[in-house]
Write a protein that binds this ligand. Structure first.
Ligand code: NAD
Length: 261
């Protein structure tokens, strides 16, 4: 693995890094020269990703934690700081889907989605900002979604992802004076276990779904986890310190007027 990062090695924490977009972000941040804390509620998945990074010449350690559990988050960030050093980069990426139209959406599925995406980002950011403020440097990237703009059957998810954008802009204001930038990424359709599960649940094939989604966007292809990892690498770079409070849609043009299906 090459170490192409321009700056000093930072400790980079990626949540939900046991799979999909999170694992690609962890690999990319390791390739950028950072020391990566691979966090997932599935500790075996986190370990596999950390092992893969290590085998390829990077530096990574796995941590099992549920991002929506305040005590687990505090204990995990404390362990990361003790094991690896102060947190310099945080990617709040962990996520779940509990899709249903409003009239069928159970309260517990509303709570579960808000808890993982929104409360999880709050808890991890609150715990990680301590070392960032102390060292007057930090990069936080929150995973939003094109669904923040509204998507049928995703009232809980859209609310969480829109909330992430307001959260991002507010943290950018509060933490900017301490050398910390806070941005969001809004992925479009990315090929992961999450989107595969949507195809399975709706009874269609994943290939047909990908074809349909590709036809609806400007790039005529669906996204890959590496497409999102590229944007994370950009926003967390040492020389990206003047970019803050933004949401970068990485969606093949899905959100362009006249393109959205
Ligand atoms: P994924 O299902 O492949 O990965 C999600 C990871 O998060 C899994 O490893 C899972 O174990 C972990 N996770 C779930 N709940 C957790 C919790 N409470 N604590 C810790 N870890 C937890 O999904 P993905 O497609 O890679 O999605 C990653 C992020 O990107 C999510 O926030 C998702 O909403 C967002 N996103 C994905 C797409 C897409 O098309 N795939 C589009 C827009 C946004």
């Amino acid at each position: 693995m090459s170490t192409s990062g321009a700056g000093a090695r930072r400790v980079a924490v990626v949540t939900g890094a046991g799979s999909g977009i999170g694992s690609a972000c962890a690999e990319r941040l390791a390739a950028d020269g950072n020391c990566v804390a691979v966090v997932d509620r599935d500790p075996d998945a986190a370990r596999l990703v950390a092992d893969r990074i290590t085998i390829e010449g990077g530096v990574a350690t796995a941590y099992g934690a549920d991002v929506s559990d305040a005590r687990e988050v505090t204990a995990t960030v404390d362990r990361i700081v003790a094991d690896l050093g102060p947190v310099g980069i945080l990617v709040n990426n962990a996520g779940i889907l509990r899709d249903a139209m409003l009239y069928k959406l159970p309260e517990e599925d509303w709570d579960a989605v808000i808890d993982v995406h929104l409360k999880g980002a709050f808890l991890f950011s609150k715990a990680a900002q301590r070392s960032m403020v102390e060292h007057r440097h930090g990069r936080i990237v929150n995973m939003s979604s094109t669904s923040a703009l509204g998507n049928r059957g995703q009232a809980n998810y859209a609310a969480a992802k829109a909330g992430i954008q307001g959260f991002t802009r507010t943290l950018a204001l509060e933490l900017g004076p301490f050398g910390i930038t806070v941005n969001a990424i809004g992925p479009g359709f990315i090929e992961t276990a999450m989107t595969r599960s949507v195809a399975e649940r709706t009874g269609g094939s994943f290939e047909a779904m990908k074809e349909r989604m590709a036809a609806a966007v400007a790039t005529r292809r669906t996204g890959l986890p590496a497409d999102i990892a590229r944007a994370v690498s950009f926003l967390t770079a040492e020389d990206a310190g003047f970019i803050t409070g933004q949401c970068l849609y990485v969606d093949g043009g899905l959100t362009l007027p006249g393109v959205r299906a």
